[in-house]
Design a protein around this ligand. Structure first.
Ligand code: TRP
Length: 450
């Protein structure tokens, strides 16, 4: 097996943790988690999500990093070589292809939402939210998403900055995330502090943590599981490709635990900051993708130095999205460089353009084409459902099957270097049985097969 990747390597374990945490922590934690928790009734959904992180997400994350480091190439080529090594069919490379397509689809809409966050930097900084009411914020948000030209401009800008980092390769990725995570965490804690002063704090906490299973549908369980994949960046090769740049000596298990933990803490803090504000202002928890854009500005509009903190918050959110978006497109770029002998720059231009083009569909789905629906879903909803609820679980399922059943135990043990046999066997049991069965049951249940 290869010792290093042709694309380079992380300089340290810490650099990998930062990059992988940078990939995991993003819009999924701060934008998506609160609104889907809100739409699915809160507590019980949150609990199911946490169980999915532990029983499905964490073991699959370990598997994905392991496959990446052993393959040392883009997911497509890594999967092919690892399958050959295990005496299985070369067609396992389809898993890499699934990931490339999923990453492309996700980034196309991720970039549009990141564009909203960029637009908010300017709005908060200009002071429009000072002393604002809930209605006022909703109006400002409504005006933004009703304007396709503005959304397109921000989406274009976000795609450009994403591709600029990817074009610089592994080194570029590393530098971007170093100072970001601590700062983001600090402002989130500040926001939770504001939320704690609200009378509705307790109501918010109860909404988030009091589990009422009577409201849980099979569809909600699928959404919770899909989000566990989404938020940990699993199931499409992003973490695999990052793993391929990981130095040999680094212990994969403990590293994955840290990444998953950091990701979960950020999501829960975001929820704790947002729901008290929702209830204090008579807003709807189930109001959809606009939720954080219609709640957090209220907090910033009423706290001391709110415009400054608010500006900083949205800047950090953009950065968090940025360090995630680069991982969504890295598998495709790495493959083009490996197989089509393209320079990194050219590869970035082509995938960047294609992703940008598809993103226009999402831009329009919030305004001009908002009424065009298939199965009651807009273009954005369809992309989101198809990727998070179908493609990522399918990818994760296949990764678990490959790591647990196809790859030999000797090889996975030698790659993971987990010293305690109990922990290693525990991991193996999870990827062999628990994760794949859980994914299959949830999935089949949601599409009404069982
Ligand atoms: N995890 C990121 C978030 O929560 C998004 C993301 C980055 C992602 N890379 C991914 C999602 C790969 C799925 C697969 O915002």
């Amino acid at each position: 097996m290869r010792q290093t990747s042709q694309h380079g390597q992380w300089t340290s374990r810490f650099a990998f943790i930062l990059a992988a945490t940078g990939s995991a922590v993003g819009l999924g934690n701060i934008w998506k988690f609160p609104y889907i928790a809100g739409e699915n009734g809160g507590g019980a959904f949150v609990l199911i999500y946490l169980v999915c992180i532990l029983a499905i997400g964490l073991p699959i994350m370990i598997a994905e990093i392991m496959l990446g480091r052993r393959g040392r190439q883009s997911p497509i080529n890594s999967m092919r070589d690892l399958a050959v090594e295990a005496g299985a069919s070369r067609f396992w490379s389809w898993l890499g292809w699934l990931g490339v397509v999923a990453g492309f689809l996700i980034l196309s809409y991720y970039s549009v939402i990141a564009g909203w966050a960029m637009a908010y930097v300017v709005r908060v900084a200009s002071g429009v939210f000072e002393g604002v009411t809930a209605d006022g914020v909703s109006n400002i948000f409504g005006q933004l998403i009703a304007d396709p030209e503005k959304l397109l401009a921000w989406h274009s800008l976000f795609m450009i900055v994403t591709m600029l980092v990817v074009a610089r390769g592994v080194k570029g990725l590393e530098r971007t995330v170093k100072f970001l995570m601590p700062a983001l965490l600090a402002i989130l804690i500040l926001l939770v502090g504001y939320a704690m002063e609200q009378d509705a704090f307790e109501q918010g906490v109860l909404f988030l943590f009091q589990a009422d299973f009577s409201k849980v549908t099979s569809e909600a369980v699928l959404t919770a599981m899909g989000h566990a994949f989404f938020t940990l960046s699993l199931g499409m090769g992003a973490i695999m490709v990052y793993g391929s740049y990981l130095p040999r000596k680094v212990s994969i298990g403990s590293t994955a635990v840290m990444i998953a933990l950091a990701d979960t803490v950020v999501a829960l803090l975001a929820g704790l900051a947002i729901f008290p504000i929702v209830f204090a202002n008579g807003l709807e928890p189930g109001s959809g993708p606009g939720l954080i854009f219609q709640t957090l500005p209220i907090a910033f509009g009423h706290m001391a130095y709110g415009s400054i903190f608010g500006t900083l918050f949205f800047i950090l959110l953009v950065f968090a999205a940025w360090s995630s978006s680069i991982s969504l497109i890295e598998p495709a770029v790495a493959w083009l460089v490996e197989n089509k002998r393209m320079s990194r720059m050219r590869a970035c231009i082509w995938v960047g353009l294609a992703t940008w083009g598809l993103g226009i569909g999402t831009v329009l789905s919030f305004n001009l084409t908002a009424d065009i629906k298939l199965f009651d879903k807009t273009f954005f909803d369809i992309l989101d459902y198809l990727t998070a609820n179908i493609m990522l679980p399918l990818g994760g399922f296949s990764i678990a099957i490959f790591a647990g059943w196809v790859m030999s135990k000797e090889n996975s043990a030698s790659e993971l270097q987990i010293k305690s046999p109990i922990l290693f066997n525990g991991w193996l049991f999870l990827v062999k049985f628990v994760s794949p069965i859980a994914v299959a049951v949830v999935f089949l249940n949601a599409i009404d097969v069982i």
